[in-house]
Design a protein around this ligand. Structure first.
Ligand code: PEP
Ligand code: MG
Length: 586
C-alpha cells in the first residue's frame, strides 16, 4: 500500500510503524466548591509556571545548540503562556464560574480559537496548533501525565505515525530512534515541518486519515523527498534502499540518511556524550546518547569571582541527572583546572610549563577543601541517579590511593550526618598521562573503570602540545606509539574486569574506529554534534565488520612504522570508512 502526502522534510527512512495516539485528555467536568477555588487557582498557576519552565528549558537548550529557528517557535508558545487572553480567561472561569482548571482552559481555548478564526482565517490553522499545544501541555501537567514522546525508544528505528506533532514535542524528536515521521494533518510550512527539516528527520505531512490504518510494527518506507509512505514495501524496494544507504551517506539535498538502528545488537559499545553544562545534557538525551561519558565540571569554576558552593554544585549535578532516566550512567569528572584552563581564584604560582605543572588531581589533592566540597555535592547527587566519579590527571598509584582516601572520608562524613548517597558509587581514572597507561594493570586492580583522555594522552606521549597546530603530524591518533598505549590500557582494564571508555577527540575519529572496536573499547564518548554521525557508524559498521577481522587489524597496526601506514592499512582493510565522514549536527 502506498500513501501520498506533502513532502515536508527530505530523505528516506524505513522502520517499524508506531502510532502515536492524538492527545485528547478526558474531560474534567467538576465544579469547584467555593472554599476550594483559591486552591484550584494556585494549582492552575503552578501548572502554568511549570509548563513555562519546561518550555524555557527546551528553548535554552535549542539556543545553546544554535537552533535559532526552533527556539523562536518555542518563544511563540512562551508568549501564549504569558498572554492574558488565554491564561487570563481561564483564571477568570475558575474564580467566577468555579470551573476546574482543565475545563476552564479548554473553554478559554475554544473562545480564543473562535475569535482567531474570524479575525485571521489565513493563518488560523497554524496558530491554532500552537495554542492547542500550549493548552495540552498545561493539562498534562495538571493531570500528571507524560508527554506523547516520553518513553519512546527501541532497538529498531521507528517511523512515527501521528495526527499532528506539536512543535514543543517535535523539537524533542530523537533522530537516533526516530527514522521518520508521517503526519495526518499539517502543511510543508508548519512548525513541525520546519523542525523536522532542521533535525534532519525525513517527514511527510497532510497524508490524511488513511494513515490511521497502519498497524504498529508494520514495516514502512517513508520518502520525505517525494512525499510517499509505503507500507510493507516489496523486497526490491528495500534492497534498493539498503543499496543507497551503503553507497552514500549524504543525499543530494545534504540531509543525512537515517540509519536504521535495527542493526544494533546487544553488547555493542555504548555511545556517550561529552558535556559541560546542563543544557548540553538535555541535548545529549534528546539525541539518544546512552549517557554522559564525561561532564567537565571545571566549567562551573572558571570565569567567576568565587567558588561555586556545595549546594550550587549539587543542584547542577542533580539537574544533569534529571535530564536522563535514573539508570543512565552519568560520568562526572572532578574539576580539571590548570594547564590551559588556569583558575585565577586559586592564585597558584606561575609555572614555566603549566601542562607539565599543577593540573587536575594534582591541584585537588593540594586543596582538599575544594575537593571535599565537590565530592560532597557529587555524592549527595548520587542518591538521585547513576553517577560515576572520574578523576583527571592521575599519574601514580599513590595519587590514586590518596584520591580514594578522600572519597572514603567524605562518604564517612556524609554517613555520620545521615545524608543519603550511593555507597557503591563507582570511581574511575582518566588515563591521560603515559605513566598511568604504563601501570594500567595495577590501577585496574583498584579502580572501577577507566576513561581514556586521548587529548592529553597524545600530547604527553608525543611531547607535542595539544595547542600547537604546527605539530599536527605528531597529534595523529593513529601514531603507533599512541595505539600501543591504548591497546595496553584496554587489555589491562579487561584483564582486571573493568570497563574502559574513551572521551578524548579520538573517539570520533573515523579511521580509528575499526581499531578501537577491535581492541574492545566499551564506550565511545563524543561531543553532542558528533553523536548522530558516530552513532550511525556504530550501528552500521559494528554489524558489518567481522569481529575477528577487527581484532586482527587492531593487533597488526601496532607493528606498523607510522601513522600514514596505519591509515593506509585501515582504509584498505575497511574501505567503508573512507565514505564515512562525521557530519556534525547543526
Ligand atoms: C582528554 O584529555 O582527552 C580529555 C577528554 O580531557 P580534556 O580535553 O578536558 O583535557
Ligand atoms: Mg585531559
Amino acid at each position: 500500500m502506498q500513501l501520498k502526502g506533502i513532502p515536508a522534510s527530505a530523505g528516506v527512512a524505513w522502520g517499524r510503524a508506531l502510532q502515536i495516539p492524538a492527545s485528547s485528555p478526558q474531560r474534567d467536568t467538576r465544579t469547584i466548591a467555593p472554599p476550594h477555588v483559591a486552591a484550584e487557582l494556585n494549582r492552575f498557576d503552578a501548572a502554568v509556571d511549570q509548563s513555562g519552565l519546561a518550555l524555557a528549558f527546551i528553548q535554552q537548550s535549542l539556543l545553546a545548540e544554535g537552533r535559532m529557528e526552533e527556539a523562536e517557535i518555542i518563544e511563540i508558545q512562551l508568549f501564549l503562556l504569558r498572554d492574558r487572553e488565554l491564561v487570563g480567561k481561564a483564571r477568570d472561569k475558575i474564580s467566577r464560574l468555579r470551573y476546574s482548571s482543565q475545563t476552564a482552559l479548554e473553554e478559554a481555548m475554544a473562545e480564543v480559537l473562535h475569535a482567531l478564526r474570524l479575525l485571521d482565517p489565513a493563518s488560523f490553522r497554524e496558530r491554532a496548533l500552537d495554542i492547542e499545544d500550549v493548552v495540552h501541555r498545561i493539562i498534562r501537567v495538571l493531570r500528571g501525565e507524560k508527554g506523547v514522546l516520553e518513553g519512546i525508544e527501541g532497538v529498531e528505528s521507528l517511523v512515527l505515525i501521528c495526527d499532528n506533532l506539536s512543535p514543543s514535542e517535535a523539537v524533542l524528536l530523537n533522530p537516533q530512534t526516530i527514522a521518520g515521521v508521517a503526519v495526518v494533518r499539517g502543511s510543508a510550512t508548519s512548525h513541525f515541518a520546519i523542525i523536522a527539516r532542521s533535525i534532519g528527520i525525513p517527514a511527510v505531512v497532510g497524508i490524511g486519515q488513511s494513515l490511521q490504518d497502519i498497524r504498529d510494527g508494520q514495516l514502512v518506507l517513508l520518502n520525505g523527498t517525494s512525499g510517499t509512505v509505503t507500507v510493507d514495501p516489496a523486497e526490491g524496494l528495500l534492497e534498493e534502499f539498503e543499496q543507497t544507504q551503503s553507497e552514500a551517506y549524504v543525499l543530494q539535498s545534504g540531509v543525512p540518511l537515517r540509519m536504521p538502528l535495527r542493526t544494533m545488537r546487544e553488547g555493542r559499545p555504548l555511545l556517550m556524550s561529552n558535556i559541560s553544562s546542563v543544557s548540553e545534557a538535555v541535548t545529549a538525551q534528546s539525541r539518544g546518547a546512552d549517557g554522559v561519558g564525561l561532564f567537565r565540571t571545571e566549567f562551573l569554576f572558571l570565569g567567576r569571582d568565587d567558588f561555586p558552593s556545595e549546594d550550587e554544585q549539587f543542584e547542577t549535578y542533580r539537574a544533569i541527572i534529571s535530564a536522563f532516566d535514573a539508570e543512565t550512567p552519568i560520568v562526572i569528572r572532578t574539576m580539571d583546572v590548570g594547564g590551559d584552563k588556569p583558575l585565577a581564584l586559586l592564585r597558584m604560582e606561575e609555572e614555566d610549563n603549566p601542562f607539565l605543572g599543577n593540573r587536575g588531581m594534582r591541584i585537588s589533592l593540594k586543596r582538599p577543601d575544594l575537593l571535599r566540597a565537590q565530592l560532597r555535592a557529587l555524592l549527595r547527587a548520587s542518591a538521585y541517579g547513576n553517577i560515576k566519579l572520574l578523576f583527571p590527571m592521575i599519574s601514580t598509584l599513590g595519587e590514586w590511593r590518596r584520591t580514594k582516601a578522600v572519597v572514603e572520608e567524605t562518604k564517612a562524613a556524609l554517613a555520620r550526618s545521615g545524608i543519603a548517597f550511593n555507597r557503591n558509587v563507582e570511581t574511575g581514572i582518566m588515563i591521560e598521562v603515559p605513566s598511568a597507561a604504563m601501570i594500567a594493570d595495577r590501577l585496574a586492580q583498584e579502580a572501577d573503570f577507566f576513561s581514556i583522555g586521548t587529548n592529553d594522552l597524545i600530547q604527553y606521549t608525543m611531547a607535542a602540545s595539544r595547542n600547537s597546530p604546527s605539530l599536527e603530524e605528531l597529534h595523529d591518533p593513529l601514531q603507533p606509539a599512541v595505539l600501543r598505549l591504548i591497546h595496553r590500557v584496554i587489555r589491562s582494564a579487561h584483564d582486571g574486569n573493568i570497563k574502559v571508555s574513551m572521551c578524548g577527540e579520538m573517539a570520533g575519529e573515523m579511521a580509528a574506529f575499526p581499531l578501537l572496536l577491535g581492541m574492545g573499547l566499551d564506550a565511545f564518548s563524543v561531543s553532542n554534534d558528533a553523536l548522530s554521525s558516530v552513532g550511525r557508524q556504530l550501528s552500521l559498521q559494528s554489524e558489518r565488520w567481522d569481529k575477528y577481522d577487527l581484532r586482527q587489524a587492531a593487533e597488526a597496526v601496532l607493528n606498523l612504522d607510522d601513522a600514514t601506514d596505519v591509515r593506509q592499512y585501515v582504509e584498505s582493510r575497511f574501505p567503508e570508512i573512507r565514505k564515512a565522514t562525521i557530519i556534525p549536527d547543526s
